[in-house]
Design a protein around this ligand. Structure first.
Ligand code: PLP
Length: 436
């Protein structure tokens, strides 16, 4: 055969500009942009050139290859059993927050009072919603993420001074990101006190002097220390006469009955913290942002510092944060409080439906975790679909990507972080990945 495999078919491949005139692809170009559609067309042409599809199918193949949106990020189903999975963007926004983001994405009154027509405080309704949720905070401020909140506190309150911190709280958050390095990068100095396992209020008191910027307490949010340990609580440190900044990490605003060891902003402030910093996209269940709550003069020093401008959040974040604070329970909260019996019933129903299609699937007990976002060592009883390990890759790369976890030679799809409304999409993805 001349011209190699598919040589004849190759000559029948339509030109790119001809393909782009097809109505479905013209419409897609209006929605997604020409370059995205061209890329899909080129890939489809390539498939025809290599004989994987007949030339007549190029148009259909290009349409099938088009992404849902012009952005590169794909929506996935989080079946890892890790509620706040860093690689999956931590907290999923509630439907209310998603709608608020869509509404705010055009021109908005983020910094304008529509009644008077004059400039207004940026994000004032979101800030008020945050303050309303934490009455013990005299003032609040919002920045880009938890790390930014710490950088701003260190820059505004401790440059050229010392941050007094326990050796047991010199924490690496993940991916080589170490809080002490971040703090030192601002020009503040660290004054380490105590030992890895034990630090007392007297250790802090001995280190405090005219050069102290503040005392910093950091919640060990991704590990647990047990045995011969001791730490000093905020209540013991507040009387020392310097600001006490508490990085609680997870963003719980009030105590959570299922997570008794997880610190919350309200309790820390009532115990005497001057400032609390936290993330918005961990247990609070909102968008990525950093919360600063506490005494009015300190919050003002942070929010009026020149660096605050570089760390400010956009209108989409403010919209999502406000809807998270005022709206119905977040997906994170729903996942955290899901009833294990209900999870098991969902797994049983899905497993028997899928088994009916010949899929090698079982409903099994599982153990979910909160994740790097908080509550280290806490396991949440859960239920999962157990599939052959070989399904994992097909599930990840299918039209509805599903990310599970591998355990004992099986691919587990844990249902705790999967909203019940996604069960049918999950079942369809398993059917196509497992060939059922
Ligand atoms: C997660 C975390 C941070 C960092 O917050 P980001 O929002 O990821 O920047 C800082 N401190 C603690 C204790 C944390 O758990």
């Amino acid at each position: 055969m001349s011209g190699g495999p598919g040589g004849d078919a190759r000559r029948r491949i339509p030109r790119t500009d001809a393909l782009l005139r097809e109505p479905r692809l013209t419409e897609a170009a209006g929605r997604l942009g020409t370059s995205v559609v061209k890329a899909a067309v080129r890939e489809a042409q390539e498939r025809a050139r290599t004989g994987r599809i007949p030339p007549e199918r190029i148009g259909d193949a290009a349409v099938a290859l088009l992404p849902e949106t012009a952005g590169g990020l794909r929506a996935v189903i989080n079946a890892t059993g890790v509620l706040l999975h860093t690689n999956l963007g931590r907290a999923a926004l509630s439907a209310a927050a998603r709608r608020a983001v869509a509404e705010a994405s055009g021109p908005t009154d983020v910094e304008l009072d529509l009644a008077t027509g004059v400039r207004a405080r940026r994000g004032r309704t979101a800030l008020r919603a945050l303050r309303d949720r934490v009455p013990s905070a005299a003032a609040v401020h919002v920045v880009n993420n938890g790390a930014a909140a710490l950088v701003l506190a260190a820059t505004a309150l401790a440059v050229g001074k010392e941050i007094v911190i326990s050796r047991g709280e010199m924490v690496e958050i993940g991916d080589g990101f170490r809080l002490p390095d971040l703090l030192v990068s601002t020009g503040a100095r660290l004054r380490e006190v105590g030992t890895t396992n034990r630090t007392t209020a007297a250790d802090y008191a001995a280190a405090i002097g005219p050069g102290t910027g503040f005392v910093l307490k950091v919640h060990p949010s991704n590990f647990r220390m047990t045995g011969f340990t001791r730490g000093a609580g905020v209540g013991e440190l507040a009387p020392l006469g310097v600001p006490v900044v508490v990085d609680i990490g997870s963003g719980l605003l009030a105590p959570h009955p299922l997570l008794p060891d997880e610190p919350d902003a309200g309790t820390q402030l009532r115990a005497g913290a001057s400032l609390v910093t936290a993330s918005g996209d961990k247990l609070l269940g909102g968008p990525q942002c950093g919360l600063v709550l506490g005494e009015a003069d300190l919050v003002r020093r942070l929010s009026r510092h020149p660096l605050a401008r570089a760390l400010r959040v956009d209108k989409l974040t403010l919209a999502a944060l406000e809807a998270t604070l005022t709206g119905p329970p977040t997906p994170t909260a729903e996942a955290l409080t899901a009833d294990p019996a209900v999870l098991r019933a969902r797994a049983d129903r899905l497993a028997s439906a899928l088994a009916g299609y010949g899929v090698d699937v079982r409903s099994v007990e599982s153990a979910a975790t909160v994740g790097g976002g908080g509550a280290p060592g806490v396991t949440l009883p859960s239920a999962a679909l157990s599939l052959p390990e070989s399904c994992a890759a097909a599930l990840r790369t299918g039209p509805t990507p599903v990310v599970g976890r591998l355990e004992a030679g099986r691919c587990l799809l844990d249902l705790r972080a999967v909203p019940p409304a996604d069960d049918e999409r999950l079942a369809a993805a398993v059917r196509s990945a497992a060939g059922g």
